[in-house]
Ligand binder design. Structure first.
Ligand code: ATP
Ligand code: MG
Length: 313
């Protein structure tokens, strides 16, 4: 089993009377790209700030590499690079000069600065001042600063926010290459499922401060309820046949739909229709989109919590 890099236990953050992060237990293992997904205001940035020791948790524990962040903050965070919300930089300095400032404080040799500029694709930016950078270049500079110290763990809060599609693609490919090339583990937050789907190996979904799903991207996809759509010629006759045989189905404009089922049942229905001389034009599996799975999870979470509320009354 891969080494646990981040483990939180019942992590919570309360502001006055509102709980913005509610008892979350994150698990991120070595080499994962962990997509931290949630709608605006779900608590992603707040959680990330707690992971980085930038704000105090109200309750719970955070362990990075097995060590408590509370008790060993400096030691633990030495191996963590981060970019939270928009990158900060000195506008009147070049990319090299910006990184040089960080390198000096952290006693990192210049050779690493050049290496990083190459990695993030800013080696050609030369004497251009950071204030004249495009948004994508600024983001690259922020990522460069985050990886300067060769961190084992990289935490990126919405690194593609505000970028155009080609900028998003470039940053995505850059980040995706890190685990294999440099052995990094990555947490990347986003409010876009499509983005997480393209980049992450694992996903944690947060809604109103609650972690409502955590696991492999593929197990999220497996939550979908597929159904089988039969496109047939004589719809009424078909419906009568199915009703006679007590086969459950739903009407569809050009045929009918049955819920997720085994191949044998599909074959049996197909045979029944053929024997009754009904022309079948198409049999296809229809899967829910990932977006729908995400929305369903959120809806279920909110229903459950409304129920809890009403039970208490
Ligand atoms: N300092 C604070 N005081 C009070 N409430 C706060 C504070 N910081 C954040 N919140 C609230 O916590 C909730 C979660 O905010 P957070 O920034 O973590 O969300 P997010 O998931 O990062 O959203 P986004 O996708 O918009 O970046 C919000 O309702 C926000 O208003
Ligand atoms: Mg945020």
């Amino acid at each position: 089993m891969e080494k646990m890099i981040i483990k939180t236990k019942n992590l919570s953050k309360k502001y006055k009377h509102s709980t913005v992060v509610d008892n979350i237990s994150l698990e991120v293992r070595q080499g994962e790209i962990y997509g931290f997904l949630g709608p605006n205001g779900a608590g992603k940035t707040t959680t990330i700030r707690m992971l980085l020791g930038l704000i105090k948790s109200s309750n719970g524990e955070i362990r990075i590499n097995g060590k408590s962040v509370d008790k060993n903050r400096i030691e633990v965070l030495k191996n963590v690079g981060s970019l939270v919300e928009s990158p900060s930089y000195y506008g009147n300095l070049t990319a090299f000069e910006n990184l040089k400032i960080i390198a000096k404080v952290r006693k990192i040799p210049d050779i690493r600065i050049n290496e990083v500029l190459q990695i993030v694709g800013l080696n050609m930016a030369g004497n251009k001042l950071a204030k004249n950078f495009s948004l994508g270049m600024k983001q690259r500079l922020g990522i460069g600063a985050a990886i300067l110290g060769k961190p084992e763990l990289l935490i990126l809060d919405e690194p593609t926010n505000g970028l155009d599609p080609s900028g998003i693609e470039e940053i995505r490919e850059l980040i995706k290459s890190f685990p294999e090339k440099y052995g990094m583990t990555i947490i990347i937050s986003s409010h876009l499922l499509s983005e997480i789907d393209r980049i992450a190996t694992h996903v944690g979904i947060i809604n109103k401060g609650r972690l409502i799903f955590q696991g492999e991207m593929s197990s999220l996809r497996n939550l979908n309820e597929s159904c089988i759509h039969f496109h047939v010629e004589e719809i009424e006759k078909t419906q009568m046949l199915l009703t006679d045989r007590k086969i459950k189905f739903a009407n569809h404009s050009n045929g009918f739909v049955i819920s997720k089922t085994g191949y044998k049942e599909v074959a049996a229905i197909n045979k029944l229709l053929v024997e009754n001389k009904i022309n079948i034009y198409r049999i296809e599996e229809q899967k829910e989109s990932l977006e729908k799975i995400f929305l369903n999870l959120i809806r279920k979470d909110e229903e459950n919590n409304v129920d809890l509320g009403s039970n208490r009354l």
